[in-house]
Design a binder for this molecule. Structure first.
Ligand SMILES: [Zn+2]
Ligand SMILES: [Zn+2]
Length: 238
């Protein structure tokens, strides 16, 4: 199962133009098996999108992205609202209590020169207390993702990918590949925590190939894909 684990929608992220129903339709046509909506500082968008997903028959998991002084954390498995800029230790305590999951998002964003965005590398304590690291983030540069990969490898943490999409065209830029379908958030969290997943660019997954095949078949249409003039010529020759 291929999942985009990091998406912002217009439901509760003011910085996003992504309309949730369009998001679900596009995700399905791309070959994704599920999505996780992770709005900034609130579970609300994720819960609404989750409900829409149920209507559309497409699994959407509810999470949120929490800013902490130790870095941006994707949180799953916590129902209540979490105050913005929560202290990392308090957040960690809360998530553990709820048996939830914490993923360190884009840990090296800004490291390669965007000083305005650079918050500093996450402290060792953060890497020692998250369940996984987002090593491929669709909004990060190649070098930032390489740096994140190194961080995760050195800490021996599971590695995931997410698009960080704020617009339809950004959906699925980076994904997480699981060996089997997660029927529930608990199953998804268990696979991430157990390292039964890998980060990938969508074009490197079989989901992408299935999507390309579908688009190709649609463009080809019923007439075997040859130009009209060529087809005409052939029929005249018969
Ligand atoms: Zn972030
Ligand atoms: Zn984000």
């Amino acid at each position: 199962m291929v999942v985009d684990l990091h998406v912002h929608t217009a439901i509760s992220s003011r910085c996003s133009e992504l309309e949730p129903r369009e998001m679900i339709l596009r995700a399905r046509s791309m070959g994704l098996g599920a999505l996780a909506v992770t709005e900034h500082g609130t579970m609300h968008g994720g819960q609404v999108a989750c409900e829409l997903g149920r209507e559309e028959g497409f699994p959407v998991f509810a999470g949120m992205e929490v800013y902490t002084p130790g870095g941006d954390i994707l949180v799953f498995g916590v129902e209540e609202e979490i105050p913005p800029h929560m202290d990392f230790r308090d957040l960690h305590r809360l998530v553990r209590e709820k048996k939830g999951m914490m993923i360190l998002a884009h840990p090296a964003r800004g490291y390669w020169g965007h000083r305005r965005m650079y918050k500093g590398l996450p402290p060792r304590e953060v890497l020692g207390n998250v369940d996984a690291v987002e090593i491929l983030n669709g909004g990060c540069s190649y070098h930032e993702n390489v740096m994140a990969t190194r961080m995760a490898s050195e800490s021996g943490l599971p590695q995931v990918g997410g698009s960080d999409a704020h617009a339809l065209r950004e959906l699925g830029r980076c994904v997480t590949v699981f060996p089997r379908v997660a029927e529930s958030l608990e199953e998804l969290m268990a696979m991430v925590k157990g390292g039964e997943c890998r980060a990938a660019y969508l074009e490197d997954t079989s989901a992408r190939n299935a999507h390309n095949d579908a688009v190709y078949a649609r463009e080809r249409g019923p007439a075997a894909g040859e130009p009209a003039s060529h087809r005409d010529g052939l029929s005249e020759g018969r």
